[in-house]
Ligand binder design. Sequence first.
Ligand code: ZN
Length: 205
Amino acid sequence: MNALIITDIQYDFLPGGALAVPRGDEIIPLLNRLQGHFDLVVATQDWHPQNHSSFASHHPGKKPLETMDLNGCEQVLWPDHCIQGSRGAQLAESLDVRRVQAVIRKGTDPDIDSYSAFYDNLHRRTTGLGGFLKDHGVDCVVITGLAGEYCVRYTAMDARQLGFETVLLADAARPICQRDYQAAIEQMTQAGVRVAMSSAFLETV
Ligand SMILES: [Zn+2]
């Protein structure tokens, strides 16, 4: 059994959004085509309370993209984004969700960020996704979405750590920064994540 994980296709991560990933919208038609080729489809949704500690606005004197220590974890500070219930937090309407069997909301704890769809950044709490996938007999997890060097990367690393065969679909993900993404791909590859193109899955029934 394989599962397609669609990471954070939300208005705030798309061009025009609060934390836009360049050309992030371009992958949506491909994500829609891919879904029919998987046994299980899961989407994730960054879902922050208004006072989330990853927001630069929460720390006087700090600006977006500065880093700081947050509970012993280095945290990049972001512009306010994906606030629960806001339009920016909504999954893009152009994303076909008819085959999405679960939407995993993450980043709900104001005190800690959660890039990965499996755990918060300190691995203190699980989102339940790992158990959900295992209960459904999934052994291969294929990761797509935004942003490549953050939520996609940490989701892939955790999937590997949980023992799933893990594939990053290179043409179905987009990063904020291409250079950081290259380093992230190297780290993922070293951890045993396979990098593939969507065509490998689109050809299968
Ligand atoms: Zn976030």
